[in-house]
Design a protein around this ligand. Sequence first.
Ligand SMILES: [Zn+2]
Ligand SMILES: [Zn+2]
Length: 371
Amino acid sequence: MKMKAAVMTAVSKPLEVREVELDPPKSDEVLVKILATAVCHSDLNVLNDPTTPIPQVLGHEGAGEVVQVGSNVKTCKVGDKVVLSWDPACGTCAFCRTGKTNLCESAFGPMFGGTLMDGTSRLHMDGKPAYHMSLLSTFAEYTVVPEMSCVKVPDEMPMVPACMIGCGVATGFGAAVRAAKVTPGSSVAVFGLGGVGTNAIQGAKIAGASIIIACDIKDDNLEQAKKYGATHIINTLKVDDVPAAIKELTEGLGVDFAIDCTGNTKVGRMAWMSGRKGSTTVVIGAYPEDGELTIPAGSFHRVGKILKGSFYGDINPFNDFPIIAQMYLDGKYDLDSLVIEKIPLEDINKAFDAFGDPNANNMGRYIISFE
Ligand SMILES: [Zn+2]
Ligand SMILES: [Zn+2]
């Protein structure tokens, strides 16, 4: 079928809205009509990456309706409303077999190779193959994705808030609830208030934390963090000793849980230093490949602290996407205020331009709505 899609045709250049040909789904794949898709900073990272295979249809935060399923597909059917996951699990590798589906080995090759799971593409442009982004390519009217990327959500779930669940929302929520395992009455510090950090705060609140300390370098973000559940805010640029400031707020002990969403190893150290004895520090942001995270070795064995990296917030999409959707429907999870603006596909570069503006809102999302 022919459809409109926003295509990356050159590194760091604006996307082009073009006519693209989409093949039907193979036996383990699903054709989804995209109803809403959000623009994430990771889309910009892919656009600026010279190793990205092009032409590529970008986009990895999407929700829509199933319109056709392959012959082996069992977990969704035509008409289902689905939220897409960019980290499908194969179900058979060593990680999937032990329940660590977020660490599945099988998706990584295709994810970076620009194909679906079988190493081939369903996309064509100007008679030549085009590439998929993170197996999803949601900046398009339709997409073909692996069955394991299609997570059914309640029919009454509106698609604009739904489309954000699959990336920053689930990752942040998972960082607090699944990876850190925040407990009722505990204290939590969240470093970095982008799309992930905001949702780590919401997750900590839902898990019942009584002290939630939001840490960021932008006063605007810190103010907004209060509406998601932050009880205290610290501008880390304006405080000399952040761990000491956090200890002051927590009976001189430090927090039970620290979550670093920044991708900055200096902040990672700060998060670790802010934790009390027996605390858990979760690193959810991507540190530079050649970076080094240093923490003091003295007393390490005596403090019983845990330092944990987490990919995709340790979530299982089939478990956690419907939970988040239901919390939204019950009025317990705020997705609506994460929407910066709804724009048509033709205006998609406006969302990319906003990433370059230091004063732009980086806590929410521009949404392309096809509804
Ligand atoms: Zn994303
Ligand atoms: Zn696997």
